[in-house]
Ligand binder design. Structure first.
Ligand code: APR
Length: 257
C-alpha cells in the first residue's frame, strides 16, 4: 500500500455518502479460516470440490459431504473476527450509509458488529433440508475431527439436512442478490476486500458499481481478476490495510473532508 493510494482511497471514502463493502475469502484469512481452495487439505485433500460442494455430490455421498461441512463449521465456530472485520464494522459509524455484501459463509462480519450484512453465498451456520428447504434450528450432533457423518433428518419432512450455502450450479438467494445489486448500482464507492474475482456472479458486483459511476477501491495482497476495474489498489492483507484506511478516513473527516 503506497501513501498516495491510501490518501486517495481515504479521500474517496471520506466524501462518499453510500458505500458498499464487498468481501471474499481473503477477508477471513487472518481469522484462520482456510479459503475454499485451501480447505481442500489434510483428510480432504484428494476430493474434488465438485464432489463436496454440489447437490449431485451430496446426493451421491451424503456422509462425506456432511462430514466436510461439519469440519468446516467446527473450524469457523472457533474463529474470531480479525482487525479487518472490526474496521469494516467501525467504518459504518463514520460513513452515512454502509452495507456489507459478502461471499463468505462464516458470519464473521456480523460477529464483528456490522449491522447490515448481505450474505450472497448463504451461511454455514444455518442448515436446511435438501428436498424442501426447511430451515432447522435445533442442535446438530457432535462432530469428531475428520470423520464422515450421516446428515441428520429434517424433523418436518425427513429429508437429509444440508448446509444453507450456495453450491456450484445453484441460484444465489434472490432477496440477497436483489439488494446487493441494487446497492451496487447506486453507491458512490465500493471497497472490495479479499476476493479473487473468479466466482460469478459475485465478481460482477464491482463492475455494476463502476458502470453506475462509483469509485472502486481494492484491498488484496496480490492483484486479482478485478484489479483492472479498481481506481485504487491497496496492496496488503485486510487486517492491516483496512484499519489503516479507517484511521485515515477519520483523520480526513476531522479535518473537514
Ligand atoms: N487479506 C485480503 N485478501 C487476501 C488475504 C488477506 N489477508 N489473503 C488472501 N487474500 C486474497 C487472495 O489474494 C485472493 O485474491 O483473497 C482472495 C481469495 O480468493 P478466493 O479463495 O478465490 O475467494 P473468493 O474470491 O471469495 O471466491 C471464493 O467461491 O467457493 C466459493 O463461495 C465460495 O465465496 C467463495 C468463493
Amino acid at each position: 500500500m503506497t501513501p498516495e493510494g491510501l490518501a486517495r482511497a481515504a479521500e474517496i471514502l471520506a466524501r462518499a455518502e453510500r458505500v458498499v463493502v464487498s468481501s471474499g475469502a481473503g477477508m477471513s484469512k487472518e481469522s484462520g479460516i482456510p479459503t475454499f481452495r485451501d480447505a481442500m487439505e489434510g483428510l480432504w485433500a484428494n476430493f474434488d470440490p465438485q464432489e463436496l460442494a454440489t447437490e449431485q455430490g451430496f446426493r451421491r455421498d451424503p456422509r462425506r459431504v456432511w462430514g466436510w461441512y461439519a469440519w468446516r463449521r467446527q473450524r469457523i465456530a472457533e474463529a474470531r473476527p480479525n482487525a479487518g472485520h472490526f474496521a469494516v464494522a467501525e467504518m459504518a459509524t463514520v460513513i452515512p450509509s454502509l452495507a456489507v455484501v459478502t461471499q463468505n459463509v462464516d458470519g464473521l462480519h456480523t460477529d464483528a458488529g456490522s449491522a447490515d450484512v448481505i450474505e450472497v453465498h448463504g451461511s454455514i451456520r444455518r442448515v436446511k433440508c435438501l428436498d424442501r428447504g426447511h430451515l432447522f434450528s435445533g442442535d446438530l450432533p457432535p462432530y469428531e475431527d475428520g470423520e464422515e457423518q450421516d446428515p441428520p433428518a429434517c424433523p418436518v419432512c425427513g429429508s437429509p439436512l444440508r448446509p444453507d450455502v450456495v453450491w456450484f450450479g445453484e441460484m444465489l438467494p434472490v432477496a440477497a442478490v436483489e439488494r446487493a445489486w441494487s446497492l451496487a448500482g447506486r453507491c458512490d464507492a465500493m471497497l472490495l476486500i479479499g476476493t479473487s474475482g473468479t466466482v460469478w456472479p459475485a465478481a460482477e458486483l464491482p463492475l455494476v458499481a463502476r458502470r453506475a459511476g462509483a469509485r472502486i477501491i481494492e484491498v488484496n495482497p496480490v492483484p486479482s481478476e478485478l484489479t483492472h476495474a479498481a481506481d485504487v489498489f491497496l496492496q496488503g492483507p485486510a487486517g492491516q490495510v483496512v484499519p489503516t484506511l479507517l484511521d485515515e478516513i477519520r483523520r480526513r473527516k476531522l479535518l473537514g473532508g
